[in-house]
Design a protein. Structure first.
Ligand code: GAL
Length: 643
């Protein structure tokens, strides 16, 4: 598969006379892909049942005739205003019970049956009309599921669907489900929360104090399944008319639905990468780090998502939207350091991306994203990002094809564990994503390339080290496969801490085959009460007290066990700060026979097939092991030399 570039274009925003020139300039820039259509419903069906496809026919023809390949988006993220008149109850409802109104986007509840039917109708029309169009070379379903907190909705439609979902989860005789089984699984005897029938079960919002965590987790799983079903409906319709691959554009740090389950119905995973936008409120780093990387973005956040979406796409993945300059939506919106647009593009290719598409072609002079840069200014003159896009286009012409490669380190990521942590974080601000990302960051600082693994992965061939931190519910089959494999395995904290219904299992966790270690009790820590470790660094946020006969391999200054090891399995009963995490993981790598490095801050490396890439995210030049990289520098080494 060749490495390719593309852009996101909105023909409906510009006079027709501009389309041909835009298309020609895209092709001249070296772009292959142009994504269109994903917000155009009000122009495709201006009145219920009155379709206007002529303009889209022409736009696709103009773009295609210029040599571009079209990614056609389904427009279901932006239902037109008349749709709300038809289905006033289709709006999502927030936790305070307020409808989320028309006037921006994503104003729909995944559970609303009438809206789903209308989505099926518009997707069918599009798929019938363009399924065999030679210029339509890929599809995108909807746009950014979950963006703007839209996965979870407390609507009447959601309540009805949740009750059906629960009946299926706790099946009984006939259609009515087994309410006694649900009561037992959730522990509803506590506080007299027992139900007599499924139709008494409400959504877990607006309760006097916290709702039962089993109830909350069930509702999160249900909400995730609604996204999966909504997406599957669209994918099935498109497939009836088209053989082109289908993608969705996922996001950074959106974990409210199971992307692996959505991805199972699609051909390509793609995601929208906004490194500077993410830095302040998604990465979770302190002010000094934010300042140091204000114009470069976090050195690990994009890489993590590249690896995550490579797993979601089962090897096939793209960046559907790449930041080309300042965005408009973060707390502050600085411009990137010269060279960063190129660096971000190459970092994606280094992780195996097939395509990187810049969002957007031309900056819009109107509406919500006026201050969001594009490759062109609103007047059509090149914006600063354009020269870098052109440079990358030139560089990928000479680069090899995308080569699949397996890393030595596998890191399990489980959306269900994220739902469980969100349900019961146990300490303010603690999250599963945060724990996994801290682990990933330490691995990257050790110079390692990482594969993210789905929790139902059983093919561990080639991995020498597999980590499963925070995997709240450990499916027995996964535990058995890990214990039986050849890889070194690192578990915890909180791995196996709950059963499938969110209760503490007995025997106590982690109850892992062949490991004599037990979590006897747990505590979360204030920011000002870290616990120093004997070998350096400290425990932060969360700590477990361990018992058992396995060998203690990490302990506090006062001699309490923090990690224990037996055979190929190590259990870590703490959240470690970065120095301790790096030291602890370097030891695990050593045991697994994996060489590590100690990279300077901001320098990162990624191995992909026969290529090794170096990236300098720092604002200063860096030298390491005989290499020198300027700020925003990229160095590509192949077995044949450097590029
Ligand atoms: C994405 C979205 C785009 C655009 C972009 C701005 O989240 O998919 O439509 O809004 O952000 O950065």
């Amino acid at each position: 598969m060749r490495r390719t570039l593309g852009t996101c274009y909105y023909p409906e925003h510009w006079p027709r006379e501009m389309w041909a020139q835009d298309a020609r300039r895209m092709a001249e820039t070296g772009l292959t892909w142009v994504r269109i259509g994903e917000f155009a419903w009000s122009r495709l069906e201006p009145q219920p049942g009155r379709y206007e496809f002529g303009w889209l026919d022409d736009a696709i023809a103009v773009l295609g005739n210029a040599g571009l390949r079209v990614v056609l988006g389904t427009p279901t993220a932006t239902p037109p205003r008349w749709m709300i008149g038809r289905h006033p109850d289709m709006l999502a409802v927030d936790a305070a019970g307020r409808p989320r109104k028309f006037g921006s986007r994503r104003h729909y509840c995944f559970s609303h049956e009438g809206y789903r039917q209308d989505c099926a109708a518009i997707v069918s029309r599009l798929a019938e009309r363009y399924g065999a169009n030679p210029h339509v070379a890929a599809w995108q379903t909807d746009n950014e599921y979950g963006c703007h907190d839209t996965t979870i909705s407390y609507s009447d439609a959601a309540r009805r669907a949740f009750r059906i979902w629960l009946r299926n989860r706790y099946p009984g005789a006939g259609n009515d489900g087994d309410i006694a089984a649900l009561n037992a699984a959730w522990g509803n005897v506590f506080w007299s929360m027992e139900y007599d029938e499924f139709d008494q079960i409400d959504l877990p919002n607006l309760t006097v104090t916290e709702p039962n965590p089993s109830h909350v987790l069930a509702f999160r799983r249900f909400s995730s399944d609604q996204v999966v079903a909504f997406n599957r409906m669209q994918a099935e319709i498109i497939r009836r008319h088209s053989t082109a691959p289908i993608a969705h554009n996922y996001m950074g740090r959106i974990t409210e639905f199971d992307h692996f389950k959505v991805g199972a119905d699609l051909d390509i995973a793609s995601w929208d990468s906004y490194p500077l936008g993410f830095l302040e409120d998604r990465v979770g780093a302190g002010p000094a780090h934010q300042r140091a990387f204000a114009r470069q973005g976090d050195p690990d956040f994009q890489a993590f998502h590249h690896d995550l979406y490579r797993a979601v796409g089962r090897g096939r993945w793209w960046v559907m939207e790449q930041q080309p300059g300042p965005v408009n939506w973060a707390p502050h919106n600085p411009g990137p350091l010269p060279g960063m647009v190129r660096l971000w593009s190459w970092e994606a290719f280094a992780h195996g991306a097939e395509a990187v598409c810049y969002f957007r072609w031309r900056q819009a002079p109107f509406a919500q994203e006026q201050l969001h840069s594009g490759l062109l200014r609103p007047d059509g003159v090149d914006a600063p990002g354009m020269a870098e896009a052109r440079q990358v286009a030139q560089e990928i012409r000479d680069a090899p094809d995308v080569a699949p490669a397996r890393a030595a380190v596998g890191l399990v990521f489980d959306y269900d564990a994220d739902f469980a942590w969100a349900t019961q974080p146990h300490g303010a601000g603690l999250s599963y994503f945060g724990l996994v990302f801290d682990t990933y960051r330490a691995l990257r600082a050790l110079g390692l390339s990482v594969d993210i693994l789905q929790p139902d992965c059983r093919d561990f061939a080639g991995y020498r080290l597999i980590l499963a931190p925070g995997l709240m519910h450990m499916p027995r089959a996964l535990g058995t496969a890990l214990a039986a494999g050849k890889a070194q395995v690192v578990l915890g904290p909180r791995t196996g801490a709950r059963n499938i219904d969110m209760a503490i299992p007995v025997p106590l966790p982690p109850d892992f085959p062949g490991l004599d270690a037990t979590v006897s009790h747990v505590e979360s820590l204030r920011a000002d009460m870290p616990i120093p470790l004997l070998s350096g660094g400290q425990v932060v946020h969360y700590r477990e007290h361990l018992q058992g006969d396995a060998t203690v391999v990490e302990q506090t200054m006062d001699g309490a066990a923090v990690a224990m090891c037996q055979g190929n399995v190590t259990y870590l009963g703490a959240w470690l700060d970065q120095p301790a995490m790096r030291r602890f993981l370097a030891r695990a790598c050593d045991q697994a026979g994996i060489a590590t490095m100690t990279l300077p801050d901001g320098l990162r490396v990624r191995d992909c097939g026969g290529e090794r890439f170096w990236f300098n995210y720092g604002a200063e030049p860096v030298t390491f092991d005989g290499l020198s990289l300027a700020p925003a520098g990229v160095l590509r080494q192949t077995s044949r030399g450097q590029g």
